[in-house]
Design a protein around this ligand. Sequence first.
Ligand code: CAA
Length: 249
Amino acid sequence: MENSSKKRIVLVTGATGGLGTAMCKKLLKEGFKVVGNYITPEKAEKWTKQMNAEGFHIDLFHGDVSTFEGAGKMIKEIESKVGAIDTLVNNAGITRDSRLVNMKPDDWYAVINTNLNSVFNCTKHVLDGMIERKFGRIINISSVNGQRGQFGQTNYSAAKAGMHGFTKSLAMEVAKYGVTVNTISPGYIGTDMVMAVPEKVLNQIVAQVPMGRLGGTHEVAHLVSFLASEETSFITGANYSINGGQHVY
Ligand code: CAA
């Protein structure tokens, strides 16, 4: 029998990145209607060609989720062209690593706006509909570095820790409407973002991971599809670590 979750519409922000791509593929395979968000047109064009070649057909929508207006305009467009969003995966994120002594105000604000304020910007535009329809899944992609801190990431760690604070509070507010809100905190996954860390530093980090390796994007995508499913209706306000044992508590 077909699972009713298979007809749900999922929006993945930052879809063209390493984690976003894996999530889109997995959610599509699970039968969801998947729409993705992007910011860089050239990257989106290349991505769509590659995905189509692999047999994945996903509509991409342009929008700068770091602004309230950008997120709102994009979500309105998705709702009019595709339909109401049942599941929102707040995945868009950037790094601007440096020690605070060297950090420029721009590096702080860009990371807070893209990684944390985007969560408010997108959630705010889908929440009323979810409450009305008595169903919703909000999945916030945080980081192990929001849980434990990381040298050189005051901006990123603050944003990622903030995401889970948002998750916990909103989970309480919307539980009675059938809307769940959860956080996923990946460790170091083999994405371009992580591969941009200087090799020597990355080797030191991997040496601290009991599994002795980087995570796979498909491993995080699997957890996203689990939380997006109908059956996880009693899981809310949780923070799922997926880090190969790097941070246990
Ligand atoms: N702990 C303590 N001291 C450290 C340190 C650490 N982890 N790393 C560097 N230092 C020290 C150095 O030994 C050096 O000390 P001395 O001056 O006494 O020799 C000092 O700090 C300066 O080091 P650098 O010259 O390396 O400093 P920098 O300012 O040029 O670079 C950095 C700092 C940009 C933060 C660089 O260390 C770096 O890129 N680190 C990796 C940060 C990281 O893990 N980012 C994750 C990106 S991926 C991601 O975020 C995804 C996810 O969710 C996991």
